[in-house]
Design a protein around this ligand. Structure first.
Ligand SMILES: [Zn+2]
Length: 262
């Protein structure tokens, strides 16, 4: 009888199951997972893609508080999300027109946000996201970080979801990862010359305030290719590059995939 139970125990306790997570469960993190090919995965009840070789990706938002519920086949994994502290800056006594955009551009902003939203919603089976990112500039001097927020005249502004790099106008920008160009816009209201790349499974990157754009929509770009140059287009106070990383509509911290010091 004992022998019999032991056999049953082994069968139940060792389903062929393995998972690894590359990335920390901290607000803003990009997380690359690997499991058995053919697995079914849900993140917080959202079914996500798994590549033929078992890779999957997801991320944690800036203000995420709840635990992450990961279901792989029938197994449930619960991960606690660690909080971060963000830099909050209050500036009062500003002229009102510096705080809110003029009403005549509202429609334009709405339209442009829709284009960006559509590019971020793209869900393909590309698997470029599983490779290591490289810095977009040769000298990556960080001047703005993810998560920081300004409160102007008591109004909380949209948090900063990117990494700003200081660079001179015209500095060449490299693609951080292989990808397919999904949006090319030379002059958006806020972000100026803007590029979006799809890296598969809902992972996208953005490049903003660009001067020249050297790629076309639908083009497959290799990591390290020159995609354009640094500018000061859109709402920008000087030449710099702002890059962003998303998992669908969740804005992630590019510092979690780049080789930079904060
Ligand atoms: Zn920025």
């Amino acid at each position: 009888m004992r022998f019999f139970l032991t056999i049953i125990f082994i069968i139940i306790a060792t389903p062929s199951f393995a998972v690894t997570f590359n990335g920390s469960f901290v607000q803003g993190s990009f997380i690359l997972g690997k499991t058995d090919p053919g697995s079914k995965i849900f993140i917080d009840k959202k079914k996500i893609r798994v590549s033929k070789d078992g890779f999957f990706a997801f991320g944690l938002g800036r203000d995420r508080k709840n635990d992450v519920i990961i279901k792989i086949n029938e197994k449930k994994i619960v991960k606690k999300v660690f909080k971060r502290e963000y830099n909050i800056q209050r500036i009062d006594g500003l002229e009102e027109k510096k705080v809110t955009p003029p009403e005549e551009v509202y429609e334009r902003i709405k339209r442009e946000n829709k284009w960006i939203g559509e590019a971020r919603a793209i869900n393909t089976d590309l698997v470029f996201f599983k490779n290591k990112f490289i810095n977009p500039l040769e000298n990556a001097i960080v001047t703005g970080v993810y998560g920081s927020q300004r409160i102007l005249n008591g109004k909380p502004k949209w948090p900063h979801y990117g990494i700003d790099f200081a660079a001179e106008e015209g500095t060449e920008i490299k693609a951080m990862l292989d990808g397919v160009v999904t949006l090319v816009e030379p002059d958006l209201f806020y972000t100026g010359g803007t590029l979006i790349f799809d890296h598969g499974h809902g992972i996208s990157t953005l490049y903003m305030h660009m001067e020249k754009i050297l790629v076309k929509k639908g083009q497959k770009v290799k990591q390290g290719d020159i995609i354009g140059t640094v500018g000061s287009t859109g709402r920008s106070t000087g030449a710099h590059l702002d890059v962003r990383l998303n998992w669908f509509n969740v804005r992630l911290d590019p510092a979690t995939v780049l080789d930079i010091k904060n």
